[in-house]
Write a protein of this length. Structure first.
Lengths: 173, 444
């Protein structure tokens, strides 16, 4: 029922006909656990071998980039990942992307939402600069509301300061 | 919540005031607590069990007496002298007060009450006495309501007692809207909830289907603004407390809208709006639907809070390089920075009295709740922990409630209150995790 609700919300918001990861608004990492996708979609277990598949995007290219404390600057590693994302998005025009910005728990709730928004837009701007049409990208921020790692030290914080590019199938072919 | 309550000032007739003052006693200060002094020694009071004036009223009389005592002692300003120490017994509401017996046990204030129940109708009356001057403090009051609203009536009694002794408004008959949290840290479910100021009568206002953040009461407590991810993206919702009906607030165009607050008249909403990675402060007029941009800077401007007279807005901005507090006209314009201490400042909230700004401060790996004057002077930090944030003011501007989150994978948020002297830090007795409190007005 939870997944149904979330999928309904997503469709309503984005006019999408399908969603590769109906759990993307769930708490378990907002659609950024590739293992979950593979297990939930048994018929796509081989998807990672298909370079046009979302699984390939998520796992082989990498759906996320990481940031330094209170920073929105893209590191060299982040730019390399995003170059791959841009290339994939340009080559797979049937997909849209929502870029989700996140912060670690060090900071007030509202500031972290604004900070995550900056991070999501840093990724968006980079993808656009590499030729991805802006019309296929949307951004939002979860601030510190959706940690993927739960400890309270840098080993977890560094995983939570992230922007995740979540792929969805476009509604009209 | 049942509509309340009628209030009746008891006639002076049944009084016995004159002639009972106490010659020979040394002169006493008037019964008064100056809260700003930061009370160290709580004022001792006696509250004999309220007299049950009808058959079957004794249980609710005991409950009400206990709750009035809990309200008063919970402030840290009062200390109850236990009934076991009482010399004088109170058998009827009208019997003369044996001041000498109360002086002997050093009760400075004495609260006498009576309760009657007829069907579902509940009537509570009380009188407050200044024991050492031997006089009644204010008139007796009578409250009428229903038996299931007994907690509200008790809080009304407490508010009257508190107000008479401190000279400040009370805050006991008020409610808190907050976010109730369940589930593990990496799968937290959040829903809006409302409760009495003391954590009683928790009711949920939304389900946990969508992430919700930072509810804010309207000035009259009838509506709540909050941030919801129901649409997939952060938007501002308006919820009617009585019907629990909700709708999305039309804002100016942007990718995210958050941190809403009502204007003092409830007719406008100020909030943060993000566009292209930049967050600024906007205002929307609810009647006309007109949107006005109040800040326009490439930095993060967020967390706006209006002054009580509606003329100014305090907010946070990182235009200097780190989060700091600024004040500007309610119509925008050049802001003035007011925070200059070490660390970062966020989530400012203007006191309902207008005199202070409460804020969250982050410095050297710790979080604090603090207050400063509106010009930034006299900064005082009231708390310190791994993560304190999001203060909200009691209706009388003397107490703050906030979120304190413990660290680690099993950590979570709880609600705490502290008075503005930094004393009387208390955790609200809620069973689960809770965050983002917003303290509503005194109920009518």
């Amino acid at each position: 029922m939870m997944n149904l609700t979330k999928a309904t919300i997503l469709i309503g918001a984005l006019a999408l006909s399908a969603c590769t990861n109906p759990d993307r608004f769930g708490g378990t990492g907002t659609g950024n656990n590739p293992g979950t996708i593979a297990l939930e979609n048994a018929d796509q277990l081989t998807g990672i071998n298909d370079v046009t598949s979302p699984e390939y995007f998520t796992q082989a290219i990498g759906d996320r980039v990481f940031f330094e404390v209170d920073q929105v600057t893209l590191t060299a590693a982040a730019r390399a990942t995003l170059d791959g994302q841009a290339q994939w998005l340009i080559g797979n025009v049937d997909y849209l992307a929502i870029i989700e910005g996140h912060a670690d728990e060090q900071g007030t709730r509202e500031y972290n939402i604004a900070l995550g928004d900056r991070r999501a837009n840093a990724v968006r701007d980079y993808l656009v600069s590499k030729g991805v049409p802006a019309s296929r990208l949307r951004t939002l921020s979860y601030g510190k509301e959706r940690p993927v790692a739960t400890c309270s030290d840098e080993s977890c914080y560094s995983q939570n300061r992230r922007a995740v590019t979540v792929i969805s199938v476009a509604s009209i072919g | 919540m049942k509509p309340v309550l009628s209030v009746l000032i008891l006639a002076m007739a049944a009084l016995f005031a004159s002639g009972l003052s106490a010659p020979g006693l040394k002169a006493q200060e008037p019964l008064r607590i100056e809260i700003t002094e930061g009370v160290i020694e709580p004022l001792p009071f006696a509250i004999p069990m309220f007299v049950a004036e009808t058959a079957g009223a004794s249980d609710v009389a005991r409950d009400i007496t206990g709750l009035v005592s809990a309200d008063l002692t919970g402030t840290g300003l009062f200390r109850e002298i236990p009934a076991s120490a009482h010399i004088s017994q109170v058998a009827t509401f009208a019997q003369p007060v044996a001041y000498a017996d109360w002086r002997a046990i050093n009760a400075q204030a004495l609260i006498i009450g009576a309760v009657s129940v007829n069907g579902s109708q509940l009537v509570v009356k009380f009188r407050l006495y200044d024991v050492f001057s031997g006089e009644e403090l204010g008139d007796g009051l009578q409250f009428a309501g229903t038996t299931d609203g007994w907690r509200r009536i008790a809080h009304k009694v407490s508010d009257a007692v508190y107000s008479r002794i401190t000279g400040e408004g009370g805050y006991f008959d008020s409610r808190i809207v907050f976010v109730s949290e369940t589930g593990p840290k990496d799968n937290r479910l959040k829903r809006l909830a409302i409760m009495d100021y003391d954590g009683a009568n928790v009711q949920f206002l939304t389900d946990s289907g969508a992430l919700v953040l930072a509810p804010r009461f309207s000035p009259t407590g009838d509506r709540v603004l909050y941030t919801s991810y129901e649409s997939g993206f952060p938007r501002i919702n308006v919820l009617d407390v009585a019907s629990v009906g909700r709708r999305q607030l039309p804002t100016a165009e942007g990718s995210m809208a958050f941190t809403p607050r009502f204007s003092r008249d409830g007719g406008q909403v100020i909030y943060s709006l993000s566009n292209g990675g930049n967050t600024d402060i906007w205002r929307t007029d609810l009647a006309s639907g007109q949107h006005t941009q109040l800040t326009n800077a490439p930095s993060i401007e967020t967390a706006p809070s209006l002054s009580p007279d509606g003329s100014r807005i305090v907010f946070e901005s990182d235009r200097s390089g780190t989060q700091q507090l600024y004040i500007m006209s309610a119509n925008g314009g050049e802001p003035t920075r007011i925070s200059f201490g070490e660390g970062r400042y966020g989530s400012p909230v203007w006191s309902p009295r207008g005199d202070l700004i409460a804020f969250t401060k982050q410095n050297a790996g710790r979080f604090h709740i603090g207050v400063m004057r509106t010009d930034g002077s006299e900064e005082r930090l009231l708390t310190a922990s791994f993560l304190d944030e999001g203060p909200t003011w009691a209706p009388n501007g003397r107490v703050l409630m906030f979120t304190r989150e413990t660290q680690g994978a099993s950590g979570g948020p709880r609600l705490y209150s502290v008075d503005i002297s930094g004393r009387n830090l208390r955790q609200l007795p809620l069973s689960g995790f809770a965050s983002d409190p917003s303290w509503g007005p005194l109920q009518q």
